[in-house]
Design a protein around this ligand. Sequence first.
Ligand code: RB5
Length: 146
Amino acid sequence: MKIGIGNDHAAYDMKLEIKKYLEEKGHEVIDFGCHSTERANYPEFGEKVGRAVAAKEVDCGVLICGTGIGISMAANKVKGVRAAVVSEPVSARLTKEHNDANIIAFGARIVGVELAKAIVDAYLGATFQGGRHAERVQMLMDIENK
Ligand code: RB5
C-alpha cells in the first residue's frame, strides 16, 4: 500500500520507527513531516496527510502527535477524511471494519512503539465490512455537505 505518514515534534522518533516498520513490510511510505524534534505545529501535518488521503494520492494515512488527538482533529477538517485516534489494536481494526477510517492516529506519549506497531498492523489488516456500516459512513460524509 501507499501510506502517507505525518507527525509533530513529539512523535518524530516514533514516526521513524513506524515508517521503517511499514517499509520493511513492503509498503511505500510518503513522509509529510515534520522531519525533526524541533517544535512543530500538528495542524500542518494533519492537514497535509488529510489532503493527500482525500485526493487519493495515498491509500490511507498514519498520523502521530503527542496524544494523536490534535493531529487527527486537523485531518478531520479536510473533506473526505475519516481519521480515528486509537490506543489499542481492537479499535484500530474496528474503525476500519465499521467506519472505513482512512487515517489511523495515535499518540507517541500514550502508546509505546510495540503497541503502535500492533495498531498499524490491526488497521492495515482489516477490511471495511460495508452493508449497514456503509449507510452510516455515508451519513457521516453527508454531514460535510450540510
Ligand atoms: C505538543 O506538545 C502536543 O500538544 C501535541 O503533540 C499533541 O498531543 C496535540 O494534540
